[in-house]
Design a protein around this ligand. Structure first.
Ligand SMILES: Nc1ncnc2c1ncn2[C@@H]1O[C@H](COP(=O)(O)OP(=O)(O)OP(=O)(O)O)[C@@H](O)[C@H]1O
Length: 250
């Protein structure tokens, strides 16, 4: 039986006002599918639409037209309140800069996520410690951001995103502030998390060195997405229904 993709975007177009009474098409008829337990690299030149795709997938922006489904549920028709709930419970966002709160320990950065969701604190501390252990930071639970390296801070950032047990993990340039070795560690960790936790992970990256660690790569150019899957599931990161083996055009 085929599993419902965690994220499915179909014929998605996003237009911004261009500041001259016209529009700029940031996403042009994009089809994209992210399957459970796969990590897809999203590459492309600056201004090609990568962040726009992540923002639409994260339900932060509503597309001008097209369909976005998260775990089979159409999200473009939801109210902002429902979208906020979906972001809290089903979508994890990881940005380039960890944006950790300076006065909180690594563990407290995670516990606060459950506090905001009204979850019991004791359980939150247990889960937080477990997740920090999973990302290799068991020894650093009580350290504050200034006592952590850049790579460790990014791992706390990743751990924090996992607190809500998201099914879709959207990651924007996670290695931009890191050296080569730390970058490889962070991408390796994201790949491991994807497989072990069964997330559908999409990672925007300019660093093509690490793309082979991921399951698939898609390229954005002028708002148009094209696939070049290199391994893993044939559906991983697919961009066109008609590109998939066994699917008939139309
Ligand atoms: N809020 C906005 N209003 C108007 N135009 C925008 C807005 N956000 C992005 N754009 C335009 O949409 C296009 C796609 O931008 P986007 O940020 O998605 O690209 P990107 O591939 O993520 O770029 P980068 O790699 O530099 O972050 C660009 O032409 C950009 O100028």
């Amino acid at each position: 039986m085929t599993q419902t993709p965690a994220l499915q975007m179909t014929d998605v177009t996003l237009e911004y006002p261009d500041g001259r009474d016209g529009t700029l098409r940031a996403l042009d008829d994009v089809d994209f599918t992210a399957e459970v337990g796969t990590i897809t690299s999203l590459v492309g030149p600056s201004g090609s639409g990568k962040s726009s795709l992540l923002a639409v997938a994260a339900t932060l922006l509503t597309p001008t037209s097209g369909s976005v489904r998260i775990n089979g549920r159409e999200v473009t028709e939801l109210t902002e309140k429902h979208r906020a709930g979906l972001r809290r419970d089903e979508v994890g966002l990881i940005f380039q800069q960890p944006n950790l709160l300076p006065s909180l320990t690594a563990l407290e950065q995670l516990v606060i996520v459950d506090d905001l969701r009204g979850k019991p604190r004791r359980r939150a501390r247990e889960r937080g410690a477990e997740i920090l252990d999973h990302v290799g930071l068991a020894e650093s639970c009580s350290r504050r951001p200034h006592e952590l390296s850049g790579g460790q801070r990014q791992r706390v950032n990743i751990a924090r995103a996992l607190m809500s047990e998201p099914s879709v993990l959207l990651v924007d340039e996670p290695t931009a502030a890191l050296d080569h070795e730390r970058s490889e560690e962070v991408v390796t960790l994201l790949c491991r998390i994807t497989r072990e936790r069964g997330t559908a992970t999409v990672m925007v990256t300019h660093d093509t060195d690490f793309v082979p660690l991921t399951d698939a790569m898609v390229t954005m150019r002028d708002g148009v997405l094209s696939a070049s899957a290199h391994r893993g599931s044939p559906d991983a990161g697919s961009t066109r229904r008609s590109d998939r083996p066994g699917s008939s055009p139309g």
